[in-house]
Design a protein around this ligand. Structure first.
Ligand code: ADP
Ligand code: MG
Length: 260
């Protein structure tokens, strides 16, 4: 069977629109006295696929988590799909309903079947009728190519399969934006590709994606922009070819020399 990577990536669908999906302006965040994010400015248009990289501790996860308010910022502005994130709970709910998130660890409920994991939020949060929620869940399980696992429990699946379930679970909420925080870094090497293939397909369908990842092959193939962070700042960003072949700052050059 041909995987996505083998048959080549279809960039024809990967169009970026003029419409702004996420606007971050002069955003700062502290953990207590520790200034973790400094003057972050970033505009993400609909359809963009952005890879965020940088050394451990540079603030990548914190930035991603601020975008769906898993972390609170203290200064500046984050606007997602026209809604400003503040302490207003209604706005937070609205943004979370449009933003899906996939973590390094899959965070599936171990005592629920795969199907139950996928239908839980649609049924209880969205009040979707059970049957409809199950149909949607099966649709996305087909999409991530594991419909036969629907009635198993997470512990019976491989890591790569569990991560694909986690992606399907997010998709069941019909997000307009997907955030990924090192989705393959807890996986054995042979399972990384199947998860990246799923992400590539999402990109081909036009999903707006922000991915923290060290998979530079994925960045080269899929991203339209690579953002490099260090010490809480965006140091440099560029389209992948320029970013990898002609990095401007010394910090970026050093980072790339260490990982490539
Ligand atoms: P990255 O994802 O780039 O590795 P993180 O965003 O996880 O970086 O962390 C950035 C910095 O903030 C690190 O120095 C980390 O130790 C610190 N940090 C992360 N989470 C917290 C927290 N909840 N409380 C205090 N410090 C934190
Ligand atoms: Mg992190």
């Amino acid at each position: 069977m041909n995987t996505t990577a083998e048959r080549g990536i279809d960039r024809s669908q990967m169009t970026v629109s003029d419409e702004v999906a996420i606007q971050i302006t002069n955003m700062n965040k502290w953990y207590g006295a520790f200034h973790v994010l400094r003057d972050i400015n970033m505009t993400v248009n609909r359809g963009e696929r952005i890879v965020i990289c940088g050394p451990s501790g540079s603030g990548k996860s914190t930035l991603i988590r601020c975008i769906n308010r898993l972390e609170e910022h203290q200064a500046g502005q984050i606007i997602v799909d026209g809604t400003e994130l503040s302490s207003d709970l209604k706005n937070i709910d609205k943004v979370r309903s449009e933003v899906g998130m996939v973590f390094q660890h899959f965070n599936l409920f171990p005592h629920l079947t795969i199907l139950e994991n996928l239908t839980l939020a649609p049924i209880w949060v969205r009040k979707t009728p059970k049957r409809e929620a199950e149909e949607t869940a099966m649709y996305y399980l087909e999409k991530v190519k594991i419909p036969e696992q629907a009635n198993k429990f997470p512990g019976q699946l491989s890591g790569g399969q569990q991560q694909r379930v986690a992606i399907a679970r997010s998709l069941c909420m019909k997000p307009r934006i997907m955030l990924f925080d090192e989705p393959t870094s807890a996986l054995d090497p042979e399972m990384i590709k199947e998860v990246l293939d799923t992400m590539i397909e999402l990109a081909e369908e036009g999903m707006t994606m922000l991915c923290v990842t060290h998979e530079m092959g994925f960045a080269q193939a899929v991203a339209n922009r690579v953002v490099f962070m260090d010490q809480g700042q965006i140091v440099e960003q560029n389209e992948p070819n320029e970013f990898f072949n002609n990095p401007q700052s010394e910090r970026t050059q050093l980072f790339l020399s260490q990982i490539l």
